[in-house]
Design a protein around this ligand. Structure first.
Ligand code: F6P
Length: 366
């Protein structure tokens, strides 16, 4: 198609925050369309924002994005560097001084027309703040947590959901064999989408989300009622950020201290201990951890990531910056980068899936 919209533009691309399946598919989508359709130059920045601070980058050629559609992780590397955070211990960078200035300097030095950032809430928030500092930025929404405001879905979520669901499926048979309660902890520190979807898909008997503080007595009653009905085992799905009603009533400092004392090695284990104490039922805990973020993307994530990537290339060509590409209904569109900035998309009270779970007899911890 040639350079319909632009003479040769140059953009930088980086992946920041936790990795997820579909990042490489998205990189491929942006780069192929940008290169083949619009003839742009592409600078691949290493390890998220850290690479831009440390001047760590390389030109990406078409060959670099061949064969990566199905690969997990990110060929660019990732980090949790947050350049606007300067407090000790909150940054991956060892560079002293003004990181934001270093980013601006390197952006200028590389003659970038735009910086394309693939990431979650933190990454898109940083992208928005950089755009307020005068940089041209485009965001892509990735995370297994599905918690970005402005898009109906993030890539990475569908793959993690499939992994979480398969894990729950597998726990059913061992829980049944031993007549046990098995607690499975899934990721989701602030939002419970993954636990809710996987819990419903896998037929979890109890699902605990960060959005709905749980009462262990209500969980105990539910498990005992199931046992009374002759159901010899139960599966409890717990999001990483689940909390009790007592914790929900604490202020932030008090809660942090309480969790440091009681959440070990992680919340799934605490919930398992609480269930055993409350009911006397033999209970085990499983934490799925990083398995959820590893490996090949699902077909659905490959399609979403590719579509979002090519849409980002279109925005680059048109010079429509300061946007995050998004899935809205059945369309790929974009929203202003201020829309996701500083927010988390939680499971809202009254969401239809909460009622779905209750309607099939699942306890939500209350
Ligand atoms: O943001 C995605 C996520 O996988 C969360 O679900 C989880 O809380 C977090 O990352 C874990 O982060 P890290 O990679 O820093 O251990």
């Amino acid at each position: 198609m040639g350079n319909r919209y632009s003479a040769t533009k140059t953009f930088g691309i980086l992946t920041a925050g936790g990795d997820c399946p579909g990042l490489n598919a998205a990189i491929r989508g942006v780069c192929r369309a940008a290169y083949d359709r619009y003839g742009m130059n592409i600078v691949g920045i290493a390890n998220g924002y850290l690479g831009l601070i440390q001047d760590n980058w390389r030109y990406l050629r078409p060959l670099d994005t061949y064969g990566i559609l199905t690969r997990g992780g990110t060929i660019l590397g990732a980090s949790r560097e947050k350049p606007f955070k300067t407090k000790k211990g909150e940054s991956d960078s060892e560079i002293e001084g003004d990181k934001v200035q270093a980013i601006k300097d390197n952006y200028k030095k590389l003659n970038l027309d735009c910086l394309v950032v693939l990431g979650g809430n933190g990454t898109n928030t940083t992208g928005y703040r950089l755009s307020c500092e005068g940089l041209n930025v485009l965001g892509l929404p990735k995370t297994i947590d599905n918690d970005i405001v402005g898009t109906d879905r993030t890539f990475g979520f569908h793959s993690a959901l499939a992994i979480g669901t398969e894990a729950i499926d597998r726990l059913h048979s061992t829980a049944q064999s031993h007549s046990r309660v098995i607690v499975i902890e899934l990721m989701g520190h602030k939002a419970g989408w993954l636990a809710l979807y996987a819990g419903i898909a896998g037929g979890g008997d109890v699902i605990l989300l960060p959005e709905i503080p749980y009462n262990i007595k209500a969980i105990g009653r539910h498990l005992e009622q199931r046992a009374g009905e002759g159901k010899t085992y139960s599966i409890v799905v717990v999001a990483e950020g689940a909390l009790s009603t007592a914790e929900a009533a604490m202020d932030k400092k008090e809660r942090k201290k309480y969790r440091a004392e009681t959440v070990h090695p992680s919340i799934g284990y605490r919930v398992a201990r609480e269930i055993e104490e409350e009911t006397g039922m033999e209970t085990r805990a499983t934490v799925l951890g990083y398995v959820q973020r590893g490996g090949i993307p699902s077909a659905s994530d490959r399609v979403l990531a590719t579509s979002l990537g090519t849409a980002a290339a279109d925005l680059l060509a048109k010079g429509k910056y300061g946007r995050m590409v998004a899935l809205i209904g059945d369309s790929i569109d974009s929203v202003d980068l201020s829309v996701p900035s500083g927010k988390v998309k939680n499971v809202p009270a009254g969401h239809y899936m909460l009622d779905t779970a209750l309607a099939v007899g699942t306890c939500l911890g209350t």
